[in-house]
Design a protein around this ligand. Sequence first.
Ligand code: TYM
Length: 331
Amino acid sequence: MSEKKVILSGIQPSGSPTLGSYLGALKNWALMAEEYECFYSIVDMHAITARQDPAELRKTPFLQLALLIACGIDPEKSTIFIQSHVPAHAQLSWVLNCYTMYGELSRMTQFKDKSSKNADNINAGLFTYPALQAADILLYQADYVPVGADQKQHIELTRDIAVRFNGIYGDVFKLPEPYIPKVGARIMDLQNPTNKMSKSEIADGGCVLIMDTPEDIKRSFKRAVTDSETSVRYDIENKPGVSNLISIYSVCTGKTFDDIEREFDGKGYGDLKANVGEAVVELLRPIRERATTLLADKAYLETVFKNGAEKASYTANKTLRKVYKKIGFVV
Ligand code: TYM
């Protein structure tokens, strides 16, 4: 039995991930892959809580797998799999639905946010989404869940569900902790810096994708919204645009906010935008290039998914069986 602590995280397959997903989560996935036993899931079952184009949904997991490998995650060491390939996720999710309260789900900010933006498709899956996410995590007895700040509430609910379940049946689930980076946990939209950078805002040009070309990335930063002052200073309340640029620059370069303020002392926003754009281009360039090469070898990527599903199923089915026994199912 492995002594290593266990990591589980997931990403929805909806085209290229954003710069926000990369800086808030994927970058840490790669860093953690060496030290921990990691399970990384491409969560297609979560994705269908919003309408998806089937052709895109079929393609994106391959792009995401190529990107994860390109970010430095070795599929020989970490388990990368597609959620729907491991039926235990759907199976445990149903059980956990019966231990999750309506009131708890109603309080989820992501549900409130997504249902207000998609009033014509407030489906039951969107509402019970956090119970599926809890199943994703608890199946692997994960110690840590590397995510951006927007997922913190879902991890807290996962813990509440696990505590409730353990309280009735004994120690079945390990209680997971969110792992949220100090800087980069909430990358904001470049055009509306009080909104999280997200695909749903893509039309305004404020969302940068990992697969964007260097020219597009530089253009997006050049057009980034700032404020009417001139000083490069971190002040999230009064200068959300500039503060977002400082955060992005800090995660890309490893420089502290103080270093950055000094670097741009006496310079204008134009310099800041150009330098941040350049830093992002250089950070993403090798990842994009490597991913493009990997994408050409679909047979290899299919093998990774097949092996990943087998390894993930082994661990997941052990937990599922324990749960079924505890609740009194005939196994
Ligand atoms: P998703 O697919 O929306 O995002 C993937 C990861 O990227 C992080 N992220 C961000 N971080 C910083 N700034 C941003 N602007 C930004 N946008 C996205 C997210 O926090 C996330 O870590 N429900 C999850 C997927 C999921 C999951 C799980 C995660 C399903 N099951 C189990 C952890 C554990 C989601 O929709 O992430």
